[in-house]
Design a binder for this molecule. Structure first.
Ligand code: PMV
Length: 338
């Protein structure tokens, strides 16, 4: 039976990925570093079977197919890659995919990362492709760039690679979750609504015309990759937090300077950004990072996470608060969704 299920966690970038050098192969302009979260997951079941006449995609209870962006621009493209790469296994078979996230989709909580990591792993298992972690990270990349990092547990680096065919572009673990179990992200969800500009479109425009893109790619990223790798290795929270926060601000500076502008922040985002800087001045150790959406992720250590969550709860524009820690990589599960 060509049916399998997988669970993958979202990841949050400490050094952001913002821009591709090859859109078809999903090759990034730069490397990036992330933390795989615990408990913010996508659970996905796939079944390849001749009984299906068309691909069926059900995301969080809603059905999508040809003509819908979710299928045409994302899952359908990914399936095309799978069918081209493994024609003997998948070319003539349609698939049913059911996937559920346990956190807000498309609002800067890396739902596509968790979703495509789970989908790649489930497809690998169902079709018996025999891909190991490195190859699996390369397959997940074809669905969504950041998904390449969600294959692995803990702290993860996605290598830009040099080859035009993407053969050296993959993610690998830097440190397992046990390396820094006290590390926490307190996520302030400032809205659960879908974002207006998808990361894919936003970053593509930034590469095309942001006047700051070259500095981001050539100066900022190489420096931050070195700093964050070292800070993670030494568990130097201050060095890590400072670099991660600056990196996020610089990514958003690149995005905001794009034409048309890509602005992900809302009033709630700004409240928490200012608060984190104030709290830090008062001696509470915390930093923030923000992705392609309005949520603020506050970096802190376990000892301060409850106090930070309590303070965030006091703001008017907060819809939810999630505390997460370094988590597991993708796993196959026997629990099928249909
Ligand atoms: O993989 P995508 O297309 O969802 O892009 C992710 C982009 C950011 O979340 C903003 C940064 C990152 O490295 O995850």
């Amino acid at each position: 039976m060509a049916k399998a299920s997988a669970i993958a966690n979202a990841n949050i970038a400490l050094v952001k990925y913002w821009g591709k050098r090859n859109k078809e192969l999903m090759l990034p302009q730069t490397g990036s570093i992330s933390m795989t979260t615990e408990g913010l997951n996508a659970h996905t079941t796939v079944e390849f079977d001749p009984k299906y006449r068309e691909d069926i995609l059900i995301l969080n209870g809603k059905e999508y197919g040809k003509g819908d962006e979710e299928y045409d621009d994302y899952v359908g493209l990914f399936l095309k890659v799978v069918r081209e790469k493994y024609p003997e296994k998948a070319k003539d078979l349609k698939v049913k995919i059911v996937s559920n996230n346990n956190f807000p989709t498309a609002a800067g909580l890396a739902s596509s990362a968790a979703g495509f990591a789970a989908l790649a792993a489930a497809v690998n298992e169902a079709l018996k492709l025999g891909l190991r972690e490195k190859e699996l990270s390369m397959l997940a990349r074809r669905g969504s760039g950041s998904a390449t990092r969600s294959i692995h547990a803990g702290f993860v680096e996605w290598h830009r690679g040099e080859n035009e065919d993407g053969s050296d572009c993959y993610a690998e673990q830097l440190f397992p979750p046990e390396h820094w179990p006290e590390f926490r992200l307190v996520i302030a969800v400032t809205t659960k609504k879908d974002k207006k500009v998808k990361s894919r479109a936003g970053m593509s425009q930034s590469v095309a015309n942001s006047p700051y893109y070259k500095a981001w790619r050539d100066d900022v990223i190489p420096k931050h990759i070195e700093t964050i790798r070292k800070a993670l290795g030494e568990k130097d929270f201050k060095a890590l937090g400072e670099a991660a926060e600056t990196n996020a601000l610089m990514m958003h500076a690149v995005a905001i300077a794009t034409t048309p502008p890509v602005i992900y922040w809302n009033a709630g985002t700004m409240d928490i950004v200012h608060a984190v800087m104030d709290w830090r001045d008062q001696g509470l150790e915390c930093y923030f990072t923000i992705d392609g959406g309005p949520q603020v992720k506050v970096l802190c250590l376990e000892k301060d996470s409850k106090e930070i969550a309590k303070r965030i709860r006091g703001f008017p524009n907060i819809e939810d608060i999630i505390i997460t820690r370094p988590g597991q990589g993708v796993k196959i599960t026997k629990e099928h969704l249909f």
